[in-house]
Structures are given as structure tokens and as C-alpha cells.
Design a binder for this molecule. Structure first.
Ligand SMILES: Nc1ncnc2c1ncn2[C@@H]1O[C@H](COP(=O)(O)OP(=O)(O)O)[C@@H](O)[C@H]1O
Ligand SMILES: [Mg+2]
Length: 303
């Protein structure tokens, strides 16, 4: 399913938050346009407060645009005649810290919740719940009757994600899903998401982890102060950082010291810049570039 976003804006009213109890308007998004194709893996990045969560809430139909349109396969999801069930089936959202949303008495009931009105038989629902929990790395028979509250933080998060997977949406949106996970947890999770994407699920993922975005996403949307300042193929977006450090916003968004592209950009400022490859975006790129560089230096300098 294709998502088309046209000139999208969203304004929050903060009633009574002003100094004299007046309403303050926050323009969270302004004039955002882009298209997300079926099967894509799209990363959304930008500083805290730039509008990332607002954007995904609009895409999921949880907020109504102040201006502009969001279409799913050409149908405006905010049109009066639009069948909202189509949207609910098509898009699954994993919010930030989803573990806080668990509420059922048992893990299996929690995961089955989204299937309540699916029209599936009880057996089919059991199968789905089993599949979703196993996909998230659980032993189904061991965990099904447990209380979600008895699980660790990481396990709770995996149960919450299983609840979204169980519905088998064509599009899954993750809001900072790896925040707070340890490096192994992060890696496992990202590999799983990549597998879902390989199997045809469209993935939209908000993350502050630049190396994860560089490695796993196909396209990137970069927001700054509610505006889309850059959109494109992931490598191209990261490489434009190397070539043009002046790009406003993306610079602040990307130049975390631990990001590979930022390291290379710094490195290129020193004398040896000509002999180093300029297409380094991921850790794998860095390793192969370093090998080439060291071989070049050892072999007489013709890198
Ligand atoms: N419920 C809300 N009421 C008022 N303002 C909000 C609300 N949610 C977000 N905002 C404001 O909208 C802007 C964008 O927020 P958000 O979409 O959450 O950004 P991000 O996810 O990129 O951190 C911020 O200025 C934020 O303070
Ligand atoms: Mg957010």
C-alpha cells in the first residue's frame, strides 16, 4: 500500500498554558509532502520536538490534519466516506515504550486483543498469537498464561510488539523502538524488523540511532522544526552530509560523534582526506574503507 502525504500541517492548541491563560498554538508540522511506497523501510530522524511523533500519529489516523492530506492507495484517510477499518487493518503502530500499554491478565490475551474484531475463528486467533509470540522470540507454551507484569522490561516490550504483529498489518510504524535496549537487544530487534521488511511489510521507524538508520533503512525523512528538510535514499542523505556540512538541520540531526558518516566528515578535514574513500555510511563501509586505506598506504600510497 502506498502512503501519499500532501502539504501536511498540524497545529496543537495548548489551552491555558500561556502566561495569561491564553491559548498557545504549536505548529508541530508545516507543509510536509512525501510518498512512501509499498515494501519500503523508511527512517524518520530529527531532533526532539521536530514533529516525528506527530507525523506518525497523522499517518495512523490518530490525529486529523490541520491542513493537507494523507492518502492510502489514493484514498484520503480523513475523507468522511473513508472506511476506517481499512486503515486499522493496514497500519500497526508501536508507540514509544509500548510496554507501558500492556494491561491484560495473561500474555496471550494481551497479544490477542487486536484480533478481537478481526472475524477470525478462535483457533485462527490462537495460531496468530502463537506465531507472533514465537516471532518475537518467546516459547509460546511457557509464556502464554503468564502475567505481562511478571516479565522483564525487554520482554514486556516484545509482548507489546507481538500484539501489533498478530494483526499482520501491511505497514508497521515504530516510534523509537530501540531506545533503552542494550546493544544485543537492539541488534536482535533490528534484524527482526529487517526480516519483516524482507517479507513485504512496509516499515516506518523513528530513531535517534544514526548507525541503525544507516544500516537498515532504504529511505530517510529528515525533519527540522516541523518541516521536511530532506528526503531521499538513505545513502544519498548520509553522503550529502559528507559533501555538504552546511546543510542546516541535518547537520545537527546527524553529527553525533558516534555516527560513522560524522567521523568520516571530521577525518576528511585533516590532511589525509584525499586518500580516503568518500562513500562511507555504515560500519561495514568503514571497515572496508580502512582496509583499502591501510593497504594503499602500505603499498606505496596509491589508494
Ligand atoms: N499533545 C500536545 N499538545 C501540545 N503540543 C504538543 C503535543 N504533542 C507534541 N506537542 C508539541 O509539538 C511539537 C512536535 O512534537 P512531537 O511530534 O512529539 O516531536 P518529536 O516526536 O519529534 O519529539 C513539539 O513542539 C511538542 O512540544
Ligand atoms: Mg517523539
Amino acid at each position: 500500500m502506498r502512503i501519499t502525504i500532501e502539504n501536511l500541517s498540524y497545529t496543537y492548541d495548548r489551552r491555558g498554558r500561556g502566561r495569561f491563560d491564553e491559548t498557545i498554538e504549536v505548529n508541530a508540522l508545516q507543509g510536509v509532502s512525501c510518498t512512501i511506497e509499498s515494501g519500503d523501510f523508511v527512517g524518520i530522524m530529527g531532533q526532539t520536538g521536530c514533529g516525528k511523533t506527530t507525523l506518525i500519529q497523522l499517518i495512523a489516523g490518530l490525529l486529523t490534519p490541520t491542513a493537507g492530506r494523507i492518502c492510502l492507495d489514493g484514498q484520503d484517510i480523513n475523507d468522511r466516506s473513508y472506511d476506517r477499518n481499512v486503515l486499522r487493518q493496514a497500519i500497526g503502530v508501536v508507540f514509544q515504550y509500548p510496554e507501558q500499554q500492556l494491561f491484560a491478565a495473561t500474555v496471550e490475551n494481551d497479544v490477542a486483543f487486536g484480533l478481537k474484531y478481526s472475524g477470525l475463528s478462535a483457533n485462527a486467533i490462537d495460531e496468530r498469537v502463537k506465531w507472533a509470540l514465537e516471532t518475537m522470540g518467546f516459547d509460546f507454551s511457557k509464556v502464554r498464561k503468564q502475567s505481562p507484569l511478571a516479565l522483564s522490561g525487554g520482554e514486556k516490550r516484545r509482548v507489546a510488539i507481538a500484539g501489533v504483529l498478530a494483526v499482520q498489518p501491511k505497514i508497521i510504524i515504530f516510534d523509537e523502538p530501540i531506545a533503552g535496549l542494550d546493544p544485543y537487544g537492539r541488534q536482535d530487534f533490528l534484524e527482526l524488523v529487517a526480516k519483516l521488511n524482507d517479507n513485504g511489510t512496509t516499515i516506518i521507524m523513528i530513531s535517534h540511532n544514526m548507525n541503525a538508520l544507516a544500516k537498515y533503512t532504504k529511505h530517510l525523512l529528515v525533519l527540522e522544526d516541523g518541516r521536511l528538510i530532506m528526503a531521499g535514499e538513505t545513502r544519498a542523505v548520509f553522503l550529502s552530509l559528507n559533501n555538504d556540512l552546511q546543510v542546516r538541520g541535518i547537520r545537527r540531526a546527524i553529527t553525533e560523534p558516534q555516527h560513522v558518516a560524522a567521523l568520516i566528515a571530521k577525518h576528511r578535514k585533516c590532511q589525509c582526506q584525499d586518500s580516503f574513500r568518500d562513500d562511507v555510511v555504515t560500519y561495514d563501509d568503514l571497515i572496508s574503507a580502512l582496509k583499502g586505506y591501510l593497504l594503499g598506504v602500505g603499498g606505496g600510497g596509491s589508494a
